[in-house]
Design a protein around this ligand. Structure first.
Ligand SMILES: C[S@@+](CC[C@H](N)C(=O)[O-])C[C@H]1O[C@@H](n2cnc3c(N)ncnc32)[C@H](O)[C@@H]1O
Length: 268
């Protein structure tokens, strides 16, 4: 079985290794642990703002779907086949899995929904892949009911991924401007991680890319070398845990791993 994570790591695993792999992914032995931890917390912070019918634009494998259980009435995942397939050939295989996570295949730039038809639009780590992000956010605002909320996450310091479809990185000021331009009121824009966590996350990923990789692929993803990656695991852990501890006492957010946005459509 081939797995592709949001960070673009592709690796092959046999069924008995699935549980071990799931545990490793959530441990500092994984070079993407800090990145994963902060993104997970970032989405958890968005959950209380969701309600009613939620549309997840660019859902891919619906990685945060279960976080919204009990919070929303209905979770609708949308993804765009050309975007899903515009990746390395191995990703053809994710179509099969996407069939289980995607409810609607459609383009985020022309959402196949009536105006004012959903209560919440969620879109995590998608805006950087859209050549016209401004138009896409306007489209998300269009389908929101008055009083509905737009919940976004975007990367700031992240390696290029899903090339060639990786167009932008956003500052808080740019996010505020794009969301206001779509006619929404910005309620919160918050960093994900800080300077120290970004150093930790990027250092671990750099170690993977320079010492632990079997291959760097043209779409930006990494094929880890099994044994070198295993040998490096304690180093990933020390680097990430060290920076994580520092990040807990450091308030410097001049650099962050990314941002989350909560915005509201007026009325309702
Ligand atoms: C980096 S992945 C993020 C996936 C998931 N939301 C997450 O947080 O892990 C970007 C996703 O955006 C989707 N995407 C790209 N362009 C799109 C478009 N025009 N409309 C809808 N989805 C799009 C891609 O297919 C991909 O699943």
């Amino acid at each position: 079985m081939t797995e592709t994570g949001r960070s673009g790591v592709v690796h092959t695993r046999s069924k008995p290794l699935e549980r071990l792999n799931a545990w490793r992914k959530r441990s500092p032995l994984n070079p993407y642990w800090l990145d994963w931890l902060h993104q997970r917390r970032c989405v958890e912070a968005l959950v209380p703002h969701a309600r009613g019918v939620l549309l997840d634009v660019g859902t891919s494998e619906r990685p945060y779907g279960e976080l919204f259980n009990g919070q929303v009435e209905r979770y609708v995942g949308l993804d765009y086949p050309p975007a899903l397939l515009d990746k390395q050939p191995a990703l053809w295989e994710i179509l099969d899995r996407a069939a289980h996570s995607v409810d609607v295949f459609g383009d985020g730039n022309r959402l196949p929904f009536a105006a004012a038809s959903v209560d919440t639009v969620l879109s995590t780590e998608v805006l950087e892949h859209l050549p016209e992000p401004r138009a896409a956010v306007r489209e998300m605002a269009r389908v929101l009911k008055p009083g509905g909320r737009l919940l976004l996450t975007v990367p700031f310091l992240q390696p290029l991924h899903e090339l060639p479809s990786d167009y932008y990185r956003y500052t808080p000021s740019a996010l505020e401007e794009i969301v206001r331009d779509a006619g929404l009121d910005v309620e919160a824009i918050a960093p994900r991680g800080n300077f120290a966590s970004a150093i930790g996350a990027l250092s671990a990923q750099y170690l993977l890319r320079t010492l632990g990789a079997k291959e760097l692929q043209s779409d930006g993803s990494v094929v880890p070398s099994g044994w070198r990656n295993l040998l490096l695991s304690p180093v990933y852990a020390v680097v990430q845990l060290g920076c994580h501890l520092v990040s807990r006492v450091s308030g410097d957010t001049a650099i962050a791993l990314g941002y989350r946005v909560v915005a509201r459509k007026s009325g309702g």
